[in-house]
Design a protein around this ligand. Sequence first.
Ligand code: NDP
Length: 255
Amino acid sequence: MTPFDLSGRVALVTGGNGGIGLGMAQGLAAAGAKLAIAARNAEKSAAAVAAIEAAGGAAAFVPLDVAHESSCHAAIEHAVRHFGRLDILVNNAGVGVRKPPEAYTAAEWHRVLDTNLSGALFCAQAAYKLMQRQGGGKIINIGSMFSIFGSTYAVAYAASKGGLVQLTKSLAVAWAKDNIQVNAVLPGWIDTDLTSAARRQVPELNGHVLARTPAGRWGLPADLAGIAVFLAAPASDFVTGAAIPVDGGYASMGI
Ligand code: NDP
């Protein structure tokens, strides 16, 4: 087995039916893992499963609404019934609400926190028992540049993504004894449905991202495939509690 071989491993990716989640799922599948695509939209998920299978991989749709604890447990059980085990959990599902902090309703705040932060904990809790029994596992949490920087228009999103980094560190230190590595990935600006909606709402966003990103381009979902494979594979067995930017240099740029 090479350090990056995922043959025989099973991965569940929340929000794996599009954007960054699908980019990572396709990378994991190319490295040999079987994929549980866990999300709400069945049609979009069927297309993602078909794309992975067309490339020679194995995948299945697992219905999931991460904002509900019982759904997180049911999805993990579903994946294990289907594939027989679970080695890798990618907590990628995420939403945002774009408005100034003073305008947030309690319902909007809770929807973002429940989806982006609480859902990651509940999925990790459900996966923990299995991974512990299997002798180890990998959990990858998807943060953001807003895990580091503040935002004038996305207070709940930034709070959830900052919280994910601390969740990552706490799970990493608690579960290191079980040979479970827990790490976070902090993507820069990536071209997906999420950001194309933001680009439509904020015309100057495109120019701002290009000027602010040293690589001079938007990231693509496929740019996240390599880090997903690394953090899912034996290559990263002594890496835990890390938060790794994949951002074309965004987080390293001063003025
Ligand atoms: P997309 O909007 O393309 O994908 C979001 C995914 O999350 C969808 O697959 C959606 O599937 C799923 N999802 C949303 N809510 C739920 C829910 N309640 N339960 C289960 N699944 C859910 O966004 P991106 O690919 O851009 O974002 C993916 C992750 O990356 C998010 O966590 C986002 O915050 C993060 N990120 C994105 C960046 C970017 O520039 N694009 C930058 C930094 C971080 P469905 O609707 O079928 O449930």
